[in-house]
Ligand binder design. Structure first.
Ligand code: NAP
Length: 323
């Protein structure tokens, strides 16, 4: 097996897997497959903290990273880093990388295309008709006459925009900065000044923004009011992009017709949460896309090797920007 660290003759780094919410054993197994014999520690007892070179994190216990005196890299387990920024003691001087990989974009393209098509083509009605043995047509509306807007034209948003344009939807995207070279069939909007114009042409709005202080609560009653009446909302960003209390009133008024949600302020979504019982809301358990654990292990070791050589990993996060 090749060695992504390029350190066959050097001491292998020591990795700590930090999470207050999940069991990280599967990731320890992935590191062992990618770099056999590597020292990977997780759980409450990390041994001598000065040994640790890299921390791979998903909602790390607050304050834990700050206890690692020789930390060279903080690696997010995911594309988002909001779970790390939530730690008030995050060591901001240590390079922080997120995961970017093509399998994640492929999974997100598939999920978002499904979310748009299932609502636009009335597929849930067909599931019910099929179960009841009824031959029943829903209106067939061409993708050409349906406008999909993607808020966030980063790695994942761009991939989804291209996929939806290929199906034939009218696609528009919104980002912080202007974009050159958008995929064919995708119209770009940017900044606060162009937000209203962007929203006014979204029969479906897909949220693929990072969670930052500027984007928290982005999906709220005032924004819904600026969408075309009867719009469909898809949130595959983070739960805190949505002001949950504003969603059902917008559905009740008809301003929104449906919502497909993959991320929630509290996960797992509590059994008593009103979204479960609402037939206009389709809930999925944060599964829009996943990265293969071996990709995470490999990318972590490559990032560390590059930093040690004085390089700059492509996945390095700009902490001042927050994503
Ligand atoms: P990314 O590459 O960092 O792209 C973020 C995009 O959002 C960029 O286009 C950026 O604009 C735009 N943006 C940021 N702040 C903005 C603001 N204030 N106003 C307007 N646009 C703004 O992120 P990504 O890798 O595509 O991932 C996006 C998000 O997907 C993640 O942060 C995560 O929350 C979510 N995600 C969800 C799942 C899931 O399974 N549900 C899985 C992976 C990721 P610029 O291009 O101008 O900088």
């Amino acid at each position: 097996m090749d060695d992504p660290t390029g350190m066959t003759t050097k001491k292998k780094p020591t990795i700590a897997l930090l999470s207050a919410v999940i069991n990280m054993q599967y990731l320890a197994d992935a590191f062992e497959q990618v770099a056999p014999g590597i020292d990977v520690r997780h759980g409450a007892d990390l041994g001598a903290l000065e040994d640790i070179d890299v921390a791979v994190c998903w909602f790390p216990p607050h304050g834990r990273l700050a206890q690692l005196p020789r930390l060279q890299l903080t690696q997010s387990l995911a594309a988002g880093i909001d779970h790390l920024l939530a730690d008030p003691d995050l060591p901001r001087g240590t390079p922080l990388c997120r995961i970017v990989d093509s399998t994640m974009a492929a999974g997100m393209k598939a999920y978002v295309s499904w979310a748009v098509v299932q609502q636009h083509r009335g597929m849930r009605a067909y599931v019910a008709s099929s179960a009841a043995g009824r031959w029943e047509e829903q209106p067939v509306v061409s993708p050409r006459s349906h406008r999909v807007g993607i808020a966030g034209l980063g790695t994942l948003g761009l991939a989804c925009a291209e996929a939806l344009a290929t199906i034939g939807y009218q696609v528009r995207g919104w980002s912080r900065t202007a974009k050159a070279d958008l995929p064919e069939g995708v119209t770009g909007f940017h900044g606060a000044d162009q937000l209203d114009e962007f929203l006014s042409g979204c029969d479906t709005l897909v949220c693929l923004l990072p969670l930052t202080p500027e984007t928290k609560g982005f999906l709220n009653a005032s924004l819904f009011a600026r969408l075309p009446r009867g719009a469909h909302l898809v949130n595959v960003g983070r739960g805190d992009h949505l002001v949950e209390a504003d969603l059902q009133p917008a559905l009740d008024s008809g301003q929104l017709s449906a919502a497909t949600l993959d991320a929630f302020s509290q996960e797992p979504l509590p059994a008593t949460h009103p979204f479960w019982a609402d037939p206009r809301i389709l809930v999925t358990p944060h599964i829009a896309t996943r990265t293969d654990s071996r990709v995470i292990a490999r990318q972590t070791l490559e990032n560390l090797a590059l930093l040690q050589q004085g390089g700059r990993p492509a996945q390095l996060v700009d902490l001042a920007r927050g994503y």
